[in-house]
Design a protein around this ligand. Structure first.
Ligand code: G16
Length: 597
């Protein structure tokens, strides 16, 4: 096998964003573009000769071609073995699992996540380190620096490697091991959750619908939900991964996962709905006619973790990204464990998990995960919810049996039912100090219903009313203008009265990593009010066209009587204030957000 050193010139735009380098497919297909970035990764990480690399992607358009290029470059750069998912497929969480399980030196994941795919869509590439997590900023910055001075890359002259059958082959001195992309990950899930209880739930008439959005999770969801947990095969929809995601936008939110949303909000809706994104790390959770915000989801998983085998030992701590609501903070306080606030981006959780400081992490951007791997994990979140639902059903059944055995009618005998309006099967027992603060729920539906779990949670902890408004594809100049204007207004905003609110502080969030002391600045403009409400403005770091400006809105409502109010109504005044102080409409010409979640 001959190794060629190819002369090249730098590109100036290879700066990784929130999660790796994301560009249009046409950009990646420009001569040397992919190769330059891959060589910049290899030059930066300086892996020892013979090191093991994991490699796979979400199957989007250009995945296979890119895998072949990277394999030949890995061989030319001295790797000893590459573990590649069959067909070039590895979901992001599965890649993290594989890196950790086989103690790889690192991994390359090909994905633009929730961004659309196809010849005119997006492609992406990111490097994960030996802990299985996204490379921290100091590495991504070093990769960017290397990309600015690169003069040549190394690639092997060799035929393409067959990727569709499991087994080993040789590329020069390097071994290419084609591995089952699903098995290791599914096994890990089985070790964390009570599959028997979930199987019993699903066989007892509980109906699940999971939307794989024609993205990478289809085969994972089929294996886990249908083959291992016995759900009917039509529980998983859009399960065939397609290079262009069937022309859809594989982002699991209320706008883009509309097929699932229509099913869950329709007549005869299933009990539980969930969706995942292009590369399988995001999740959306729905109940019957009910949406669980990702911020609430994190808090509820934390409050119910004692119900789940993999977490019943307790949580070391919780971490959330800054724009994520403070719902999880309230649970952490009740559990008397620390809660960390990090910048947006899963890479900021890695150090905290490695140091044993946190067990659960979550972001408002539909990401939840734990220290089982070092990426957020869509199917994991779905299984966690199913496990909670199954455990609650079991505890209701056990309680019913106990009451019947004691010869007393349950409603009359259980202490929590002595007063109307108490939830009799609170899963929050370990953190509840006053059952009288629980919401009302009947025994018939408390164990079955996502909405009841959420309402019960709000009744106990109060509701962090939350919404995110995204203005997508706006001109960079206008978006930067808005951010600059806000920065310029910090002085006048401080202490200002805006409608019914008084500004307590305004700043641009910066974070000092408590483990390695690294500092990340410019992570989003925060305007905090005296009553704990917040408005956050932030530019997305994952888009490829123009800019996406995100406005995050949050208020706190302790009064159960007001919990049924629609979030947009409850936040109406904050929304109005956010538009006024940012001059967003005037500067962008946009009358309304592209996506509201
Ligand atoms: C990536 C990161 C997440 C981050 C999200 C949103 O998600 O992994 O940690 O929260 O981007 O980023 P932004 O607001 O900058 O668009 P994914 O699913 O795209 O990899």
């Amino acid at each position: 096998m001959q190794i060629r050193a190819v002369s090249t010139a730098p590109f100036t735009d290879q700066k990784p964003g929130t999660s790796g380098l994301r560009k249009r497919v046409q950009v990646f297909r420009r001569p040397h573009y992919l190769e330059n970035f891959v060589q910049s990764i290899f030059d930066t990480i300086a892996a020892p000769l013979g090191a093991v690399l994991a490699l796979g992607g979400d199957g989007r358009y250009y995945n296979r071609e890119a895998i072949q290029v990277i394999l030949k470059m890995a061989a030319a750069n001295g790797f000893g073995r590459v573990l590649v998912g069959r067909g070039g497929i590895l979901s992001t969480p599965a890649a993290s699992c594989v890196i950790r399980k086989y103690q790889a030196y690192g991994g390359i994941i090909l994905s633009a996540s929730h961004n659309p795919g196809g010849p005119d869509g997006d492609f992406g590439i990111k490097y994960n380190t030996a802990n299985g997590g996204p490379a921290p900023e100091k590495i991504t910055e070093a990769i960017f620096s290397a990309s600015k001075t690169i003069a040549q890359y190394r690639i092997a002259d060799a035929p393409d490697v067959a990727l569709d059958a499991l087994g080993d082959s040789k590329l020069g001195d390097m071994t290419v091991s084609v591995i089952d992309p699903v098995g290791d990950y599914a096994g890990l899930m089985e070790s964390l959750f009570d599959f028997a209880a979930i199987r019993a739930l699903l066989s007892g008439g509980f109906r699940l619908k999971f939307d794989a959005m024609h993205a990478v999770t289809g085969p994972y969801a089929r294996e886990i939900f249908v083959n291992r947990l016995g759900a009917p095969s039509d529980s998983v929809i859009n399960a065939e991964p397609l290079p262009d995601f069937g022309g859809g936008h594989p982002d699991p939110n209320l706008t883009y996962a509309h097929e699932l949303v229509e099913a869950l909000y329709g007549n005869d809706a299933p009990d539980f709905g969930a969706a995942s994104d292009g590369d399988g790390d995001r999740n959306m959770i729905l109940g019957r006619h009910f949406f669980v915000t990702p911020s609430d989801s994190l808090a509820i998983l934390a409050a119910n973790a004692h119900r789940v085998p993999g977490y019943k030992q307790g949580l070391a701590g919780i971490a959330r990204s800054m724009p994520t609501s403070a719902a999880a903070d309230r649970v952490a306080a009740a559990l008397d464990i620390p809660c960390y606030e990090t910048p947006t981006g899963w890479k900021f959780f890695g150090n905290l998990m490695d140091a044993g400081k946190v067990t659960l992490c979550g972001e408002e951007s539909f990401g939840t995960g734990s220290n089982h791997i070092r990426e957020k994990d869509g199917l994991w979140a779905v299984l966690f919810w199913l496990n909670i639902l199954a455990a609650r059903r079991q505890s209701v059944a056990a309680m019913t049996r106990r009451c019947e055995a004691s010869g007393a009618g349950m409603a009359a005998s259980h202490p929590l039912t002595q007063t109307a309006g108490f939830a009799i099967t609170s899963d929050l027992a370990s953190v509840a100090d006053s059952p009288s603060r629980m919401a009302s729920s009947s025994i018939g539906n408390v164990s079955r219903d996502v909405e009841d779990i959420v309402r019960e949670h709000w009744a106990h902890f109060g509701r962090n009313v939350y919404s995110r408004h995204d203005y997508e594809s706006i001109p960079n100049e206008a978006a930067n203008g808005v951010m600059k204007l806000l920065h310029g207004r910090f002085g006048e905003l401080q202490g200002a009265h805006l409608g019914n609110y008084k500004v307590l502080f305004c700043d641009d969030f910066s974070y000092t990593d408590p483990v390695d002391g690294s500092v990340s600045t410019g992570q989003g403009v925060r305007i905090g009010f005296t009553d704990g409400s917040r408005i956050v403005f932030r530019l997305s770091g994952t888009g490829t066209e123009g800019a996406t400006l995100r406005i995050y809105l949050e208020s706190y409502e302790p009064d159960v009587a007001k919990h049924r109010l629609d979030a947009q109504q409850a936040l109406a005044e904050l929304i109005r204030i956010s538009l006024e102080i940012s001059e967003l409409r005037e500067r962008t010409g946009r009358e309304r957000p592209t996506v509201i979640t």
